[in-house]
Design a protein around this ligand. Sequence first.
Ligand SMILES: Cc1cc2nc3c(=O)[nH]c(=O)nc-3n(C[C@H](O)[C@H](O)[C@H](O)COP(=O)(O)O)c2cc1C
Length: 708
Amino acid sequence: MSDGFKDSTVAFLYASQTGNAESICYKIYEEAVSRGFQATYHVLDDYRKFNFDSLRTAVFVVSTTGDGDPPDNSARFWRVLRRTSKDPKAYGHLRYTVLGLGDTNYSNFCNTAVRLDKQLREAGAQTFYPRALADDATGLEDVVEPWIDGLWAPLAKVAVCGSGENTREASVAVEDAEQAARLVVDESSDVDGIADAVGAMSLAAVHQPLVLDFRAMAGLQKLTGTPRLPAAICSAVPSEKASADRDADLSTCPPWHEALVSEHEGDSALRPFVATITGYRQLTSADAVKRTLLLDIRLPESERTDVCVAGDSFNVFAPNDASLVSALLRRLDVSGDDLVALKSLDDRVELPVHLQRFQKGRYTVRDILTWSADLASAPKKHTLRALAECCTDTRDRERLLFLASRQGSAVFDELRRQAPNIVDLLHAFASCKPSIARLIELLPSLAPRAYSICNAPGNGLWRIAFNVVEYALEASDPFSASEDQRVSIERRGLCTPWLEMLARGNSGAHILVARRSGHFRLPPATTQPIIMVGPGTGVAPFIGFLEQRAVEDSSAIGSAWLFFGCRSPTRDHLFRAELDKWIDSAVLSRLSLCFSRDAAARDAADADVYVQDALKRHWEEVAELVVEKKALVFVCGDAKGMGRDVNEALADILCRYAAKHPDALPKLGVEPTKNDLDDQQEAMTKVQALQVLMRLASEKRYLRDLWA
Ligand SMILES: Cc1cc2nc3c(=O)[nH]c(=O)nc-3n(C[C@H](O)[C@H](O)[C@H](O)COP(=O)(O)O)c2cc1C
């Protein structure tokens, strides 16, 4: 499709919520430079820096978050694209390709990539290489690696490729072949080997055990599908500069928080700011399985004219756990207090965006590890591939290569299930000792965490309700001397235990927060009925909705029906008093409760097990509200389980309603066919019902705020 013109510069652009798209985009950019392309690399929201309107060649790497939503760091870009892409010639000069990251466990697989591709095409841009969509459920690498391999030839047709040294790639290919040939696992030593890895458990102090069974390596001569060795990109050099100023009161914010604020100058809606934790309340009983806290966050005077409304969410910038950072420093034998400057190993290649602020040498190693690198992110195959090269022990190296290979997929999946942080990994592979620069460049950036506001904002107060993420998982140790082979592994989340610690400590801790662009909003004084589905902490935004309704004229607003679920009415019935009060005052018209782990309470209250069961029980009333009264349906909570099951339940409900009331089909935008009318059961198929739900979502009558 090349028009013969070759562009001199290729822009590598990403949108990323948790760092995957960012690091993959950087990897491609870095390889492009080493192949001789002149390249730039930007986050999509920096569209002014890469001059989007006059861009000629671009490679987009974008992930999808929430319920098919684009990542936060592309919100401003989408606003611009929506405006400009109405002109079918707006991007006639742009040649592009898109790599989408997503997860087929979510209902809108890779929606950001699909939408971006569509909008660019509609605005006249042309693809120079087919789009690919990678699935986190099966392993991003399966799609990403071959897509990158295939990119270079088409890219060279549309962009000038100078005399780049391709030596690095050639040497890596040779090295890979050698490694494959060298991987000869001695079957007899294998059992001992596993015992070693299992033995690492007993050393567990700060770190947690990893229990992996490497017997599948026995007899393997060659590994395939191992990702290419990520190139080294930076070095950490001691810095003589003065350390950045620090305010002891703000030690719970990133030391560069002022710079972050000024980087967002001109975008007051999304600019971060420092807020204060002023109180908390535990919403669950002491014997509940999960601990749910309600936290009060006071906004500073400058933010009192709050643009947030009920249902909006915001980001919290949280650090890695201090003891985890210390354990990592000890394990690598590095002083955390040293000031370092990160330098690119190749002048032509910029550092990844999240590392660029460390080029001036004003921050310590501890600062970088605490606030910038995600120490607990799920292990990635290319990281394991790189760590393999940092081992002095052959067995460690071979095992890491195996984990990164196609043959090691089952063991890799088990590794991911055990959710190790980087310290756990380094203890399990005891001879692995990456340099601090290598480790920093391999770890993804630490992304802020999003929370729904659970009050009606407006008086300078945001409340959030969250479960403190702490759990134990089990692994089976086949070589355990005891009869019980189970090993318990403790895990903690990053942000919620930290918020709990701040809340339970002295009131007044400062945290850095930033508003997010929101779509999950209750229109003011709406006359349409609303249906809210929010089990567990998914109820949070609805508390805000109900606070908003409580001050609206009740005679002029539509009805409100809440489906709420918890384990047991005595342990984790969140906001029980508030909900009872709103039922009494008719702010809430109807409340359907579900108790998943308390059969006696269920019988006593005639409640259901899960919210999707309650929806199905009241199918005809729910469908009537949606079809005849144009109700707004809001769903909030866990994306994979609840979000999917409620979507299915709603589709079933619509099918059932259409079967009983075929005359309702046109109201759903579905044409009755002759065959449909012959057989009422088939009045509307499930596929059609799912399409109706998608249309309702696009019309903002079916809104979902879903999270992992
Ligand atoms: C809270 C959450 C919501 C998600 N929603 C979707 C979705 O709607 N569709 C999809 O294809 N993938 C979804 N994903 C999967 C991510 O797109 C996928 O894990 C990707 O690798 C993340 O890339 P990133 O780290 O660059 O953001 C979701 C992941 C999370 C954690």
